[in-house]
Design a protein around this ligand. Structure first.
Ligand code: DAH
Length: 353
């Protein structure tokens, strides 16, 4: 039997050495180790053997099976490795090839400005609130204490929708966020939000565009006073415009606040001496603000005896015009690539050339 074993092994080894493909290896495996394979068939001899002979024969047969199996497996590994190497070779990437140039845009100056505002207010515990640009007359005016026919609407007479939507318009002020935030707060608890966004009016000259951007702020809580309003807005102006900026509050009128103020800062350009930008006054108006009117609180579901609040609104464009020295507001919205390219930041340009 030993002789037979060595002979079969030799035969198998030789056959395997000729093999290069996986399918031939599989065929060879069947030929030797399959149900009717040359090795398997040897076990048919067992029947006629004595017990001792069986033992001896069985042992040798098992050895043969094991050895044959490992020969086949060795070859299998060899073929698999060769196939993998071949695949890796064919998929090799030439990393020295120059990449395709991707032209990447940069942040719009208004986006940069809004991010500055958001960073500041978020650091003071406010959340950023977004409302829709198409708004109902109710949210844009009525619930802000501007009933139909109110003369203060004239300044914002603007883009209404038609037919069955005639009660809707492109919002003229982000103050609509006040109404929405109060109505959506079902617990009628404290609120601290800012709402940056686009607004629309029928203006069009160097400092007015039919579309511009505002940020609205609203704080509602118990024991909120005019002192909170002043402190917050002073901090806001000094953070955005610089520590040296002086801030003054003038009494004013807005239907949704009582009392109302307008906030001026020392001129960005001349620092308060007087120049063409500030019309020789040394001051530039930047914000409208006030204590939320009790009527507004009531219409939006708040009890004015328990809660007070302050609100403010400002045009983001004006800050951007100052920050980036933009003389005409309309360029901000013109999407002229030559204008926008000026705001590419060095570090961003370096990332992708
Ligand atoms: N919505 C006003 C405007 O567009 C700005 C404003 C004034 C907002 C006073 C306020 C405020 O929240 O209290 O002119």
């Amino acid at each position: 039997m030993n002789e037979k074993k060595e002979q079969l092994k030799k035969e198998l080894k030789e056959a395997i050495s000729q093999i290069t493909e996986m399918h031939s290896l599989n065929e060879l495996k069947v030929e030797y180790l399959g149900k009717k394979g040359k090795i398997t068939e040897l076990s048919s001899n067992l029947k006629e053997m004595s017990l001792d002979a069986k033992k001896e024969f069985g042992k040798i047969l098992n050895e043969l099976k094991e050895e044959a199996t490992s020969l086949v497996e060795e070859k299998r590994k060899e073929i698999e490795e060769r196939l993998l190497n071949k695949k890796l070779e064919s998929e090799k990437i030439d990393i020295t090839l120059p990449s395709k140039k991707v032209r990447r845009g940069s942040k719009h100056p208004m986006t940069r400005m809004i991010e500055q505002f958001e960073d500041l207010f978020v650091s003071m515990g406010y959340t950023v609130y977004e409302g829709p640009e198409i708004e109902s007359d109710e949210n844009c005016f009525q619930k802000l204490n501007l009933p139909k026919g109110h003369p203060a609407r004239d300044a914002q007479d603007t883009f209404y929708l038609e037919n069955e939507y005639e009660n809707f318009l492109l919002r003229t002020q982000t103050s609509t966020a006040q109404v929405r935030a109060m109505e959506e707060n079902h617990e009628k608890g404290p609120i601290r939000i800012i709402c940056p966004g686009k607004v629309y009016r029928r203006d069009e000259d160097a400092t007015h565009s039919h579309q511009f951007m505002q940020v609205e702020g609203l704080v509602i809580d118990e024991n909120v006073s005019m002192a909170d309003l002043k402190g917050t807005l002073e901090l806001f102006c000094k953070t955005i415009l610089g520590e040296k900026t002086e801030v003054r509050f003038r009494p004013s009128f807005f239907p949704f606040t009582e009392p109302s103020v307008e906030v001026d800062v020392t001129c960005f350009k001349c620092g308060g001496k007087g120049c063409s930008l500030c019309k020789q006054t040394g001051w530039i108006e930047v914000l409208g603000a006030g204590m939320v009117h009790p009527n507004v609180l009531t219409m939006c579901g708040y009890d004015p005896k328990k809660y007070q609040g302050f609100a403010f609104g400002t045009g983001i464009d004006r800050f951007a015009m100052f920050e980036y020295g933009i003389p005409d507001i309309r360029t901000i919205y013109g999407n002229d690539i030559r204008f926008l390219k000026q705001f590419d930041r060095k570090e961003e340009q370096n990332e992708v050339k």
